[in-house]
Design a protein around this ligand. Structure first.
Ligand code: FAD
Length: 372
């Protein structure tokens, strides 16, 4: 065997896995079709929300709390502001499940969070308004991750820790062999004991049976007055839609819609920002109701989600290839976890189990609805 572990896709999850594996003494090869961080993946656009009071469910919290520790460590080791703890404001109808889950997480894990009335929210951050029947939970040590600094740091540190890196190289197949795996690429074949497939949106090119749907998404920066520089990151539920955004930066106030978007069958359908009529209208309702000071759109970009059928992650071995772990289906909310997911994958590469219970993320939950 040439390697202990090959990483197929060294973006958000893969770059972290490369670092933690190499640091643990695992002989690792990191492969990527680009040079991460880059724009042909799901991690560009600079910022991602980091929050622990998780409306999507309390089963995510142990993983995100570990991720938080690792993000802070990465910031210290790299000397970069990977996680800016500017806080995150969750706004949702009082009686919504999302808000109930947030409150449950706060209590169960004793998270640092404040419940605010809509009036108090507006008093504290004049640029934000919310209807009277809304609840607000402000998580003060949550914040905003810088994807480019984070991935850039992991790529650099993993190399320094001894990982080999093969970038600008496409993996064409991952096959089981006796006691290991063979990875075919555009420049030859490599063998290892274990592999991680963290190939993001287009993982079905390697494993067509994975229940993953690529989804085209947009995010847009808007002109905004100074007051929007000092707001926290935010997550807003409005009429069964979900939005998120960031304190205004050098370009403007960045806002995105989490649901919606366009499912894609091939890369040809990954159209640039503005090519779909909805691109320019899907945020208007949210801006008008919650961010009334925001002005016109100044810049928009497209990115993609790897949607699982239930929008929950897939962290498992590939069916019938027990030496290959797949991390996929991050469904547009995975970046905040990727430091911890990288650590989980590195443990797998070293033949160890994660101490965090990941049973909720197994592929077997889809058994009834697919051939897996
Ligand atoms: C618009 C948008 C907003 C988001 N907002 C948030 C947020 O606020 N908070 C949050 O937590 N998450 C958010 N996310 C989700 C988060 O960014 C993704 O879940 C995460 O970046 C995915 O990580 P990944 O490692 O699976 O994929 P990627 O980071 O895309 O990495 C996959 C890598 O695999 C490589 N690759 C693919 N196929 C091959 C191949 N055959 N051979 C070689 N290399 C290959 C690619 O080049 C890429 O570098 C958002 C995503 C988008 C698109």
């Amino acid at each position: 065997m040439q390697y202990d572990m090959i990483i197929v896709g060294s973006g958000s999850v893969g770059s972290a896995a490369g670092y933690y594996a190499a640091k643990a003494g695992t002989k690792v090869l990191m492969i990527d079709s680009g040079v991460p961080p880059h724009k042909d993946a799901s991690h560009h656009g600079v910022t991602r929300i980091f929050r622990c009071a998780y409306g999507e469910g309390a089963h995510y919290v142990p993983l995100v709390l570990r991720a938080k520790q690792l993000w802070k460590e990465l910031g210290e080791i790299s000397g970069k502001e990977v996680l800016k703890q500017c806080g995150v404001l969750n706004l949702a109808p009082k009686d919504s499940r999302f808000m109930a889950n947030i409150q449950k997480c706060v209590q169960q894990f004793n998270l640092k969070a404040e419940t605010l009335s809509p009036e108090k929210v507006h008093e504290r951050w004049a640029g934000i308004t919310a209807p009277e029947d809304y609840a607000a939970v402000f998580e003060s040590d949550a914040g905003v991750l810088n994807t480019e600094l984070a991935i850039g740091a992991y790529v650099k540190l993993s190399k320094e820790a001894g990982a080999e890196q093969l970038f600008n190289t496409v993996v064409t197949a991952v096959k089981p062999i006796e006691n290991g795996v063979e990875v075919e690429t555009s420049v030859g074949k490599f063998r290892s004991r274990k592999a991680l497939v963290s190939a993001g949106t287009w993982v079905r090119k390697l494993f067509p049976e994975m229940p993953i749907q690529p989804l085209r998404k947009t995010f847009v920066w808007h002109n905004a007055p100074e007051i929007y520089k000092n707001i926290p990151g935010f997550v807003i539920t409005h009429k069964s839609h979900s939005y998120y955004g960031f304190p205004s930066d050098g370009i403007g106030l960045k806002v995105g819609k989490h649901n919606g978007g366009q499912y894609m069958q091939s890369l040809d359908e990954f159209l640039p920002y503005g090519a779909v009529a909805e691109d320019k209208t899907e945020l208007l309702e949210c801006l008008g109701a919650f961010l009334r000071g925001a002005g016109e759109a100044v810049h928009g970009e497209v990115c993609s989600y790897d949607m699982s059928p239930d929008s929950n992650f897939i962290i498992d071995v590939v069916p019938n290839i027990p030496n290959v772990m797949v991390v996929s289906g991050l469904s547009g909310h995975g970046f905040k976890f990727t430091s911890a997911l990288g650590e989980v994958a590195a443990l797998f590469g070293g033949g160890k189990e994660s101490p965090i219970d990941l049973s909720a993320f197994r592929l077997s939950r889809f058994k009834k609805s697919s051939q897996l």
